[in-house]
Design a protein around this ligand. Structure first.
Ligand SMILES: [Zn+2]
Length: 453
């Protein structure tokens, strides 16, 4: 079996792409699952999907609204239909595919997103979508009927995009974006969001109908690459995510004084660039002073004016971002930065105006779902560890409307949002087995646990 698969994989892998399988990987794998996971089927799907928008470097380029985004959508609908799922595209373009349950219960939903950052990797997003399809296929193939409907979802535009609305699909489902905001949104080149949404099968006129509640969805499960090094460094194949960080963004505009670069002596300068550099360093120092794993900060954009070789910069604009696991840490960081920025302003004789761009709270994930994932891993004798996510995900928003949980699989080299993204098939299969067991356990227990966790 694995020989056939290896031949197929070798035939479709593009130049530069790393093969998904290591020779002999499947033969060495422990398969304790009662319901077998079809690694061959998954691999064939993964290679087909990775061919859409494939780049010479071995990654994919499938930003929201691109031709490749639309091609992936058509491919997903075709596969879901082949798997005899009832498919639909909602008003924001999210793709859903459902296998009916035997009782009138809300669905257990599994999924992620299929768009990529520009020139990104093959795993961020699509892995979770294909695992969702594969898990449902495995349960169906095993002839198991479930009380809850089982649904796969692939969300629209999870990654940052020219419309400035990442996690567009899941935020809309969670009712966190109002129709007013959606209608007013346009990209930097003037394309209105409605046109982009229409092109992927949605329609903002119906957008309220895309909202879901816990009456529709009993639980949401997302598998994703870790995008860090904690699993690899601890040689652990699976991470059970405990929560997703809060994200705070602030624009800082520093006004100094533009002046002649030759004739203005150091004591007479009010250099906005140097003040901005101190602000960036202050963010790093404040984060380091807290010294916590779930606190990080970055200055990711930096612009100066007038930007002339012989002029002292008179203006500097930057955006800082703080990611924290707890509101108290964000409050402490902000207080620390207040003091540091005031000292910079005073010492350089500049003014500093700050405006908040985003203040998205940290999102704990559901305790009962985490426990189910942990128990499944233990029963399957698959090592796991708990992890807090420092990256945002669709699960952040799904957790606001229903129980939600996430599994991480290792990112080799900690690489993500680049063509080098890679997760070994052995790890993917282990995570899939945990998901299959968890879905079946949830199907048995979920509606009997209400009010417990
Ligand atoms: Zn992602």
């Amino acid at each position: 079996m694995s020989k056939v698969l290896l031949t197929n994989v070798a035939a479709v892998v593009k130049k530069g792409a790393r093969p998904l399988l290591k020779r002999g990987a499947i033969r060495q794998m422990k398969t304790p699952a009662v319901v077998p996971f079809d690694a061959n089927l998954f691999s064939a799907w993964f290679e087909s999907l990775s061919a859409i928008g494939a780049t010479p470097e071995g990654g994919v380029n499938r930003p929201f609204g691109s031709k490749e985004d639309r091609q992936v959508r058509a491919w997903l609908l075709q596969v879901a239909n082949q798997e005899r799922l009832t498919t639909s595209v909602d008003a924001i373009g999210n793709i859903w595919g459902t296998r009916a349950g035997t009782e009138p219960l809300p669905a257990i939903v599994i999924g992620s997103h299929h768009d990529s950052v520009p020139y990104g990797g093959r795993f961020d997003g699509p892995l979770g979508v294909l695992i969702a399809l594969s898990v449902i296929a495995a349960i169906t193939k095993a002839g198991i009927s479930t009380r809850h409907p089982l649904t796969f979802v692939s969300f629209t535009a999870e990654e940052p995009n020219p419309f400035g609305l990442s996690t567009l699909g899941s935020r809309t489902v969670a009712g966190r974006l109002t129709p007013d905001v959606l209608w007013q949104t346009q990209s930097s080149d003037g394309t209105v969001l409605q046109d982009a949404v229409r092109a992927v099968g949605g329609d903002l006129n119906q957008v309220l109908q895309a909202r879901r509640s816990d009456q529709d969805i009993a639980a949401f499960l997302e598998l994703h690459i870790e995008q860090g090094l904690r699993l690899i460094r601890s040689s652990t194949p699976i991470g059970v995510v405990t929560g997703i960080c809060g994200i705070y963004r602030e624009r800082v505009v520093i006004t100094g004084q533009a002046n002649h670069a030759g004739t203005t002596l150091l004591p007479d300068r009010h250099d906005a660039l140097l003040a901005g550099a101190q602000v960036a360093l202050a963010v790093e120092s404040a984060v380091a002073a807290l010294g916590k794993d779930d606190v990080i900060g970055t200055v990711g954009t930096f612009r100066i004016e007038p930007g002339a070789i012989n002029v002292i910069p008179g203006m500097c604009e930057l955006v800082l971002e703080l990611r924290t696991g707890h509101r108290e840490d964000l409050d402490a960081l902000r207080a620390d930065l207040d003091a540091r920025f005031a000292a910079i302003a005073q010492s350089r004789g500049i003014t500093l105006v700050r405006s908040v761009l985003l203040d998205q709270a940290a999102q704990p994930l559901d305790a009962f779902l985490q426990e189910t994932l942990q128990t499944s891993a233990r029963n399957l004798d698959i090592p796991y560890r708990d992890l807090f996510s420092m990256a945002g995900h669709d699960a952040t928003h799904m957790a606001s409307l229903t129980r939600a949980a996430m599994l991480f699989v290792p990112s080799v080299g900690g690489k993500s949002h680049c063509p080098e993204e890679f997760t070994p098939l052995e790890d993917i299969c282990r995570a899939a087995q945990v998901l299959i067991h968890s879905v079946l356990a949830l199907d048995e227990n979920l509606d009997r646990q209400d009010g417990i966790s």
